[in-house]
Design a protein around this ligand. Structure first.
Ligand code: AMP
Length: 140
């Protein structure tokens, strides 16, 4: 497996070198909206520790990410009146991974509404800002 690249786009967001619509942050994890959401409110949850994916993350860091994934799912259900939540996590190119810093997709779902295809739609920054505010309010 390739080495972790500290200049990947999510490492830059964690360092504050690139912007993101953050919804949650603590000393070990960060959650922000996906800029190409497959449904409104689509959020990514990341460990702050460098990890390429499930194959190299430390178990304690993964456990913390799982706790935050659950928090975000509960907040999304409230914020978006979701009927369900889809969780996805991809590992290595063959597993569908595009950005090589571990992240978990947390996606609010409505009955009968399909996910948009991956990377098919770039959301407006203003809409992402509104959606981030809804999730933050539900987390408070
Ligand atoms: P994957 O590695 O397959 O889980 O896909 C990476 C995900 O990151 C995709 O859903 C992209 O839309 C998303 N993404 C890529 N760049 C950014 C960014 N700068 N901010 C937020 N999400 C991003």
């Amino acid at each position: 497996m390739a080495e972790y690249d500290p200049d990947n786009i999510f490492a830059k967001i964690i360092r504050g070198d690139l912007p993101a619509h953050k919804v949650y942050e603590d000393d070990k994890a960060l959650a922000f909206l996906d800029i190409m959401p497959r449904a409104p409110g689509h959020t990514l949850v990341l460990p702050k520790a460098p990890a390429r994916n499930i194959l190299d993350i430390k178990p304690d860091d993964l456990a913390h990410v799982a706790r935050i994934v659950q928090k975000i799912a509960v907040a999304q259900k409230k914020a978006f009146k979701a009927d369900g939540i889809t969780i996805q996590q991809f590992n290595e190119q063959a597993g569908g991974q595009v950005v090589f810093h571990l992240h978990v997709h947390v996606i609010p779902r409505k009955n009968g509404v399909s996910l948009r295809p991956p990377a098919s739609f770039k959301e407006e920054a203003e809409v992402l800002g509104d959606h981030a505010a809804l999730i933050k309010a539900a987390l408070a």
